[in-house]
Ligand binder design. Sequence first.
Ligand code: F6P
Length: 364
Amino acid sequence: MAQVNGRLAVLTGGGDCPGLNAVIRAVVKTALKNGYEIYGIENGFNGLITGTMKLMDYQSVSGILPRGGTILGTTNRDNPFHFAVEENGKYVFYDKRDEVVKNLRDRQIEALVVIGGDGSLNIAAKLAAECNVNVVGVPKTIDNDLQCTERTFGFDTAMAMATEALDRLHTTAESHHRVMALEVMGRYAGWIALHSGIAGGADVILLPEIPYDINSVIRKIEERRKAGKKFSIIVVAEGAKPIGGELSVARVVEGSFEPLRLGGAGEKLVREIENRTGIESRCTVLGYLQRGGSPTAFDRVLSTRYGVAAAEACIRKEYNVMVSLQNDRIVTEPIAKVASKPRLVPVDSEIIRTGRQMGLCFGD
Ligand code: F6P
């Protein structure tokens, strides 16, 4: 029998994201190549609590590089420190850390790779600090809002999807002389809206970081009309809100790491534009199309680099870090530093200035 150098495990947590399978594939292949056994934990932290995991081999990751979603399954509930169970129509919360530690010890798993966004990486950091679990994080989210890295994987794919949607909205907006708004995801950060808006040639981009004045948006639409441009394209981040106004909340998901789900900012905006200008205005919500499907070539490469780097960190026993991209190099950062607060678009950044020079309206 071949010598086993050690045993690792990998899980995917939070919302799914293009590139998850590419990371899993890279982690598993690197572990196996270096004589490690590796468990795939099913359905995020749920599988860690219940002990639902299986040993992975080359066959288990064959053909998954271009596939969207995650072969391991995921959930954004099931926090082991605050595990929600519905009892008599009410949620009761339990601490499941002992189950997690036991499941890892029973299988002699020495380190756990957590592929996740801020919610999952927060839990990973807590497992490291309070339960002595060795963790390595991989920054996942289409929102690109994690501290300590220039890029999360999945963002490029979401941005490409939103840009394609804007190209398509352009032709229909132009034909009908309408105002067309595209509502994109991103939670409290405007990265998807900003980048897709610039790539898709939008006229107005509304970001959570810059509360908007509806008068400024209407002025832009009317200026365009006067210049003979009878249509306008607006990108609205789901976290955008008017000056002094509230976030648009679509629902509250009990037992989730992050219970508020945003949605509705685009519809609210187009209704107001139509009421005030009389111009026919429509909103398209891009929603989960930004998260589903095949990752772009950029995300496949980034995910593969992250996966290899995460497995390598485990092998050299550099624990309690997150792999990160800085100046096109993959480095590591203490995982405890990552989870503090979301990384927002700096309002005085070069890319915002670029947009302004291009005549874009940010609603301020
Ligand atoms: O964090 C990724 C993300 O897609 C956000 O952009 C969005 O606000 C949220 O997840 C949606 O979460 P859910 O999948 O729970 O509806």
